[in-house]
Design a protein. Sequence first.
Length: 163
Amino acid sequence: MTTSTLEPIEHGVQADTCQLLTFQLAGEEYGLDILTVQEIRGFVPATQLPNSPKHIRGVLNLRGNIVPLYDLREMFNLPQIEYDQFAAIVVVTIEGRVIGLVVDRVSEVMTASNGDMQPSPNVGAAAEQGCIRGILRHEERLVILLDAVVLLTKDEHDYALAA
């Protein structure tokens, strides 16, 4: 596998760094490029759509825009839970599309450097499909860095094949 690098951030920060929004799913920490994040909202039930894929919890009305709500636990084959007061919806914009991602809880915004990033080990479906950009070592913990574009396009491809 090729070595992944983080895209640089602007505004005077070092060119080999990237800011990430980190969140938890099933006790593990994940990260997304902060530039894809539009907002963070508390979890609210969605309006369910008939015949939608299992990982689509439904749609939300976000200031007049209808936004699909993706359940990352379902997409990653993690055990389902009853969402509590810490659950959140991370609203992201990916290639011009706005979607909501349900997460167990949001952790922090952090700055990561390329030197702390390791390539994703090829050990599962998510890694094989490329939606994991890599693993970051940050202080004493590991953060699984997701590629939101690949995650969304993989989902659309899988849904088209199932139809």
